[in-house]
Design a protein around this ligand. Structure first.
Ligand code: ADP
Ligand code: MG
Length: 708
């Protein structure tokens, strides 16, 4: 159960005064709560931080008001003058004026197109009101048109000097949000301290209560900045919560017995015999680590990191073979249909020779075909099922799933990982996760802290470096000439155009236009592939490109992940300034896989921004994915990197701060110490830390608490 002290924070926002169903819907859209759209709760609103402040500390008397200078003052309403109410929605052109005075002078408030009845209600003659707005000169007189605020004394008493400005959405005003916040802030609880007192003192961080309160009620403009003491503390709170819960889950998984999978080597031997090459040292080493995991009775939870083209697929097949030798079934998950099919194609021959029965299940297998696959799976006629998200569906039953391999982890979440493991029955599945995006160390800690890591650092022999060139799009002609020559010599090329997002619509036009243009130069035989095409169409084009029937494949980024066409030796990336480093690296990794000298051309459109310039420079200088990933993290300053796109479900609500990496490292040490000193979280600090985990909703760890 969630601790009682936190309960109020987790009630729906519509329990706040002034928030009804309409505003709740708007808040649902506005508040970026991890996962799908869910009803926002008070805590979600509290995590919605201001991005700026309006300084209302200027408190002059009326005679000291200055044109253009935001002022807040109190005055007595002395007269109304303006058009009378004409009926709903009907407005006079004439302005409506309200005259105010204080001991030093008078000023008019001016309103246009407004219901006079509202003003009469809000501003009765003889009453004192607190006005905040920007005076302006009109025919030599100062006046304030449509002041920001007209408050009663009571309202003013809780009104902030520095008014926070929140991100809003259409239909939701700052005032409404402000009102909701005003009710919320006093209810921020005083929680027992979960941070180490020495550490807190050293950092000069405030308590949780004060940190959160100050963010919403800043006293200085600096208070809301990402490097403010309060913000830092909350970021650290979140990082600590996430890492601690990952560590707890990991410990739990370790404690549970896994399966012992040794195999007799029969299938693996056949694969090795059939392989046209020798495994690299890295591959051998990774396999050694994985086989050791499988053979021990600990549950395997291992991440295989290997740059694009480092040969992860064969590692996957070999490990799958070990499980199949013992009569188990294996699931191999890919993030996209294209990749799933590519896997099955590239593995088919080897699998055949080794006697492994492969199956495929994606969104495309429907009706009868799907039924047959599911039946074969249940009867154990499929040894290794390759597929996409479709594998998670509830009617997919394995006969005896024992081993799950997930390719390109960053597209799947921890929950999905668990869902797949659940299909393996009470004994669970050993898990191998493969990622082609090298993950910087600090990110490993936050996102994969529960895993062991193997790395493929060595590329298969014979791989030639890719020549990289950065060229402005004005020199397209030049590129075309070079391309023509290469194509005549039998080379093949990818030509990548980014998708352009115009509001909700995704624009394909650029790729289509380029496709048409290339056709003019190279004839009709140019392929086009994009995400909106049907699966079969994509396959057809991929197959044509793969067997050399088409020389150039124009693509949106659907080819980003994992596609393998060794004869393709040229990669042209248009608008390369719009891509992130890891994406550029992935794309370039599509070439340099075969005999030909490969090249990658980064086309850009001037002017280049500073970040884009640095990115392209890095791309020109190195091909090492690990260096690129570290540089990427530096360029992005950490924040974005932890965003949903990179890390699947692990979305941070507070922790997007500039020095995040240092905080991550500190939290990592902290967690080790905590679990060493207080493994069951029973000390005072331990109990407080449990609350922290509830506060940040680290569900997996919470499940552990519940289970006792
Ligand atoms: P990735 O790690 O990007 O998934 P792949 O597994 O697709 O890489 O391998 C890329 C290419 O390298 C494939 O064509 C594969 O057959 C080949 N390959 C893998 N291992 C070796 C090796 N040890 N020696 C030579 N070629 C290899
Ligand atoms: Mg791969």
């Amino acid at each position: 159960m969630r601790p009682t002290i936190l309960q109020p924070l987790f009630t729906d926002v519509d329990t706040l005064k002034g928030i009804g169903p309409r505003l709740k819907t708007l808040l649902t859209k506005l508040i970026d709560r991890p996962g799908e759209l869910k009803d926002p709760r008070k805590i979600d609103l509290l995590w919605h931080f201001p991005t700026g402040v309006v300084d209302r500390r200027n408190r002059p008397k009326i005679k000291d008001l200055k044109s253009g200078e935001l002022a807040t003052f109190d005055a007595t309403v002395i007269a109304h003058k303006g058009p009378k109410f004409k009926g709903k929605g009907k407005f006079s052109k004439a302005p409506y004026r309200i005259k105010l005075e204080d001991s030093t002078g008078e000023i008019d408030l001016v309103f246009f197109r407004i219901d006079p009845r509202y003003l009469e209600r809000q501003m009765p003659v003889g009453e004192i009101r607190y006005i905040s707005g920007r005076p302006e000169l009109y025919a030599d007189y100062l006046q304030i048109s449509h002041p920001d605020h007209m408050l009663t004394k009571e309202e003013f008493d809780t009104f902030p000097n520095l008014e926070p400005v929140y991100p809003l959405t259409q239909g939701l005003t700052g005032k409404t949000l402000q009102k909701a916040m005003s009710q919320l802030i006093p209810s921020i609880p005083n929680l027992p301290e979960w941070q180490d007192p020495e550490w807190l003192k050293k950092q000069r961080w405030p308590t949780f209560h004060d940190a959160l309160t100050t963010l919403h009620r800043p006293e200085e403009i600096e208070d809301i900045k990402a490097d403010s003491l309060g913000r830092q503390r909350l970021a650290y709170d979140e990082l600590l919560a996430k890492q601690l819960s990952l560590a707890l889950v990991r410990r739990q998984l370790r404690a549970k017995k896994g399966r012992v999978i040794k195999g007799n080597g029969s299938i693996r031997n056949k694969i090795i015999e059939a392989l046209p090459f020798a495994l690299t040292g890295s591959q051998e080493m990774a396999l050694g680590e994985i086989f050791a995991d499988m053979a021990s009775d600990n549950r395997m939870l291992r991440l295989l990191q290997g740059d694009v083209g480092s040969g992860k697929t064969i590692v996957a097949l070999m490990t799958a073979a070990a499980a199949i030798e013992e009569g188990h079934q294996v699931a191999l998950m890919a993030p996209t249909e294209v990749l799933a099919r590519q896997h099955i194609e590239s593995l088919e021959e080897l699998a055949d020779k080794a006697g492994i029965r492969l199956g495929i299940l994606t969104g495309r297998e429907k009706g009868k075909v799907r039924k047959q696959i599911l039946l074969a799976l249940e009867e154990g006629l499929i040894d290794c099922l390759i597929g996409t998200h479709a594998l998670f569906q509830s009617d997919v039953h394995f006969k005896n799933l024992a081993f799950a391999i997930i390719d390109e982890q960053h597209r799947f979440g921890v929950e999905q990982r668990l869902a797949l493991q659940a299909k393996a029955g009470p004994k669970g599945a050993e898990l191998l996760v493969m990622t082609a995006t090298p993950i910087p160390r600090t990110l490993l800690m936050t996102n994969y802290g529960d895993m062991d890591v193997s790395k493929l650092t060595e590329k298969p022999a014979g791989r030639k470096p890719v020549t990289s060139r950065v060229i402005p799009v004005d020199r397209l002609e030049e590129v075309m000439i070079g391309l023509k020559r290469a194509i005549q010599e039998g080379a093949q090329a990818y030509w990548v155009c980014p998708l352009v997002e115009t509001s909700d619509k995704i624009e394909l036009a650029a790729a289509e236009e380029r496709h048409a243009y290339l056709k003019q130069h190279f004839g009709d035989n140019i392929g086009l592939i994009h995400g909106q095409m049907k699966g079969e169409e994509k396959d057809k084009v991929m197959a044509q490109f793969s067997n050399g029937a088409i020389p150039i494949l124009v693509a949106t980024t659907v080819i980003e992940v994992g596609v393998n066409v060794p004869n393709a030796s040229i990669m042209v990336i248009e608008h390369s300034e719009r891509f992130g480093l890891s994406q550029l690296h992935q794309l370039r990794g599509r070439v340099g896989r075969g005999e030909r000298q490969s090249s990658c051309i980064f086309l850009y459109t001037s002017p280049l921004g500073a970040t884009a310039k640095s990115r392209l420079k890095i791309m020109r200088e190195t091909e090492d994915g690990f260096i690129i990933a570290e540089e990427d993290l530096k360029l992005r300053g950490g924040g974005e990197m932890l965003g949903r796109r990179q890390s699947g479900e692990r979305d941070f609500r507070v922790a997007n701060v500039p020095n995040q990496q240092e905080l991550i490292t500190a939290a990592n040490d902290d967690v080790k110490l905590i679990l060493h000193n207080d493994p069951d979280l029973t000390s005072e600090r331990g109990k407080a830390l449990r609350k922290l985990i509830y506060l940040f909703e680290c569900d997996e760890a919470i499940k552990l608490f519940r289970a006792g």
